[in-house]
Design a protein. Structure first.
Length: 436
């Protein structure tokens, strides 16, 4: 997840036909919203350039560990640890970068759990240190993803069981307020996995993964859902589901920082897709589809692409490939093999086409999340868990931890070091970088 709000420019082509007043008004509303949010993002960008420091936060079960980031030296320095009410599921910063919203739960992908929380943390602007702010908000179900709208007046919480999204007000002091009642009952598909607000602050995209067919149960279709958005209220849904959503399992998306393009990782297909996003409406089908794996012969059932992020300059897209399946060896479970890497794509500046240029090994198991520092000079990947790995010399345990990479001018990654993390009975489920 990238936490610096980016300036968005939209190319508007001349209309070939006369537009109705309603169409003109809608277009003007989008343009006006874009201009307002561009001004907000310009202010944030200027502040970031004046203060180029950032902090990295990584979860180890219920512990959230703070690291100081030195992008020039490509290093991390551990500073402090804060224990939260339950295991961290996901987190997202306020637009001011003075608060961090953290979703916690005693559940996991194999168990729904019974206690779920949305926690507000205050961020010290000088050091990046975290402290609890107010009481944690109890949630009804295990949260899978959270994000805010562009100006952070509302926070969105995504749940996969049931597949739904809740929207909560954010007060001026950063605290979480009441849930916003939705006038209709939006259909959030099957297995909602991510919610993102478009740069204009007038569109919301919800990524629903669906499920593979299993044990006699038919496949559940996946989709990208578009909603109109205004002051916490979702309306007017449009569904993007090529092939009716069968054989289509999107996980995460990210917006290009300047062009009307959206990039989507497909977890169930090991693919990256690019969609047009003209006038902030997704095209019905992708313009480009590309594979994510280096070894096309490996067992795709054990492979799952994870999150993806655009480089701040918009010239590259990065995507995580994950593998964590195990096999029996001499009475113990060991890693069954597969790809744990960051796939790097160069983006054609004219068309948006992604060209695969590198796979960078993360030196660990299942990089569930990763982040770029705001200047785009450093990338850190979070390997989810420890696991025994067998090689020619025997069996050794590869620890969970943070893999640190330098980012070259050509977008390629150079591995620098790994910070092992003892996650105890938990996992390194989330990490992110916040500009201070």
């Amino acid at each position: 997840m990238r936490y610096v709000h980016r300036r968005t420019q939209r190319r508007v082509s001349a209309a070939s036909a006369v537009e109705s007043p309603l169409q003109c008004g809608a277009r003007a509303g989008i343009v006006d919203a874009q201009k307002t949010n561009m001004q907000r993002m310009d202010a944030v960008q200027a502040q970031t350039q004046a203060t180029p420091r950032s902090a990295l936060y990584a979860s180890a079960g219920s512990r959230l560990v703070h690291y100081e980031v030195d992008a020039e030296k490509v290093t991390l320095t551990e500073r402090a640890t804060l224990t939260l009410p339950a295991d961290v599921q996901y987190a997202w910063p306020h637009a001011s970068r003075r608060h961090l919203y953290v979703a916690c739960s005693d559940g996991n992908p194999d168990s729904h759990g019974s206690e779920h929380w949305l926690v507000t943390l205050a961020i010290d602007g000088d050091s990046g240190a975290l402290r609890m702010q107010g009481a944690a908000l109890s949630l009804r179900w295990r949260p899978l993803h959270i994000s805010t709208d562009i100006d952070s007046t509302h926070v969105f919480v995504t749940y996969n069981v049931p597949s739904t999204v809740s929207v909560h007000q954010l007060h001026a002091d950063g605290s979480v307020g009441a849930e916003v009642a939705q006038p209709s009952s939006p259909d959030f598909g099957v297995y909602a996995h991510q919610v993102r607000v478009a740069p204009s602050n007038t569109r919301v995209l919800v990524v629903t993964r669906g499920n593979d067919a299993e044990a006699g149960k038919p496949e559940d279709p996946g989709a990208l859902l578009q909603f109109d958005y205004r002051q916490g209220v979702l309306s007017q849904q449009t569904r993007i589901a090529p092939g009716g959503g069968l054989g289509y399992g999107p996980r995460h998306l990210d917006f290009h920082p300047r062009e009307p393009w959206v990039y989507v990782s497909l977890e169930r297909q090991n693919q990256l897709q690019m969609y047009d996003f003209s006038n902030e409406m997704l095209s019905a089908t992708p313009r480009y589809t590309r594979g994510t794996l280096a070894d096309l012969q490996n067992d795709h059932r054990a492979q799952k692409p994870g999150t993806l992020h655009l480089h701040p300059a918009g010239r590259f897209v990065y995507l995580a490939n994950r593998a964590r399946a195990s096999r029996e060896l001499d009475g113990r479970r060991v890693f069954a093999g597969g790809e744990n890497n960051i796939a790097v794509y160069a983006i054609d500046a004219a068309t948006g086409e992604p060209h695969l240029i590198q796979h960078a090994d993360t030196h660990g198991i299942a990089p569930r999340t990763f982040a770029l520092e705001p200047g785009g000079r450093m990338l850190v990947a979070a390997n989810l868990m420890a696991m025994p790995v067998a090689d020619a010399t025997g069996v050794k345990t590869v620890a969970a931890g943070l893999a640190v990479f330098a980012v070259g001018d050509d977008g390629r990654l150079t591995f620098m070091r790994k910070h092992d993390i003892d996650t105890g009975s938990g996992q390194l489920f989330w990490m992110g970088i916040v500009a201070l």
